[in-house]
Design a protein around this ligand. Sequence first.
Ligand code: ADP
Ligand code: ASP
Ligand code: MG
Length: 407
Amino acid sequence: MAVIVQKYGGTSVADLEKIRAIARRVSRTREDGNDMVVVLSAMAGETDRLVQLANSASGGEPDRREYDVLVSSGEQISVSLLAIMLNKMGHRAVSLLGYQVRILTDEAHSNAKILDVETGLISGELKRGGIVVVAGFQGVDGKGNITTLGRGGSDTTAVAIAACLKADFCEIFTDVDGVYTTDPNLYDKARKLKRISYDEMLSLAGAGAKVLQHRSVELAKTYGVPVYVRSSFSEDSGTLVTKEDEEMERGVISGVAYDRDQAKVTVVHVPDKPGIAGRLFTPLSDHNIVVDMIIQNASSEGYTDLTFTVSRKDIGEARRLLDPVAKDMGASRIEYDENISKVSIVGVGMKSQSGVASKMFETLANEGINILMISTSEIKISCVIGAKYTELAVMALHDAFGLEQEP
Ligand code: ADP
Ligand code: ASP
Ligand code: MG
């Protein structure tokens, strides 16, 4: 008998008919003799609706604690509906919210990190033959406040529970049947991967491929949880995310990702003195605003420009924090640009290959796309470009690196 954690995303629980189909799939897996924990997202569009409500109610920057109380509520609806259906089908099923399981997180509202998952209640239910249905995305901090794990956080709930229960594997059911060489909804030439290493999946997720939340892959890698990405609407075996092994594809590049949720901030003509970067970035990190790419221009006559990117949702708060600091430091102005996106190529194979970056830059140039920022790591190269070129860039890079064909 295996212990299996299954997670179903928003489109998979979009209406009662879809939840009923999931109840049937869960029921079959349970009747095969497996212990089952099911993690659900909110019904499709519900979290977006709640986020909009919070923004409208507050005029833009809702109180972070209350924001989490509100946006976590979508998952309460979907888990209870599935449990009602499973009970009706004759199973013993119980829904649990994040604070009931006790998914303990830090206090970073709207982007909280899981510190621990108490397994007592879940294990007890499994021993009694129950199916446990857990609300994804939710946690509770040490003071008992409700927290949420960032958009897409139900993936992380599922993998964290799988890790703590030492489950045999974790299945992430979604609206595509696996991890592809790029977003199959953007480019129909995207090719499905049978297996992908934790490291490559981490890079893809970090570069914006939202099929798995970045933190869920971090946890899967740390605790060695095998993760299958599968379709809720078919029996296809999907993509296995696992340790790098001999059977994996050996192309130079394994995927192209894009991230439209980016904004660029440029602090113009600031005195080039020790401590400026610290003064700019400390208030951002104190407010849990993640800074991604950073470029500092070469100094000219004692002045420099500093450019970096943050998530688009954080731009209002960043502006409020940075405008006074920049003024105080003697910068001539700050520019904010939300019309950008980031495209990245990812692959373990690029470690041992030269010319990959130049091929990326040439490909973008041939399409007339101007590169605004560049960053590189061992297995990823990212370029910030104008938002309107996103699709064109992804397709051109996918073609240039021959991703349609198996290597
Ligand atoms: P869920 O609601 O099930 O969590 P998400 O919308 O968060 O689903 O993630 C699934 C989506 O991820 C797909 O519909 C697809 O558009 C997108 N996606 C982006 N990059 C990839 C990729 N490389 N492979 C598969 N899907 C991808
Ligand atoms: N419902 C949350 C969201 O839409 C969490 C998730 O779906 O993973 O971001
Ligand atoms: Mg998701």
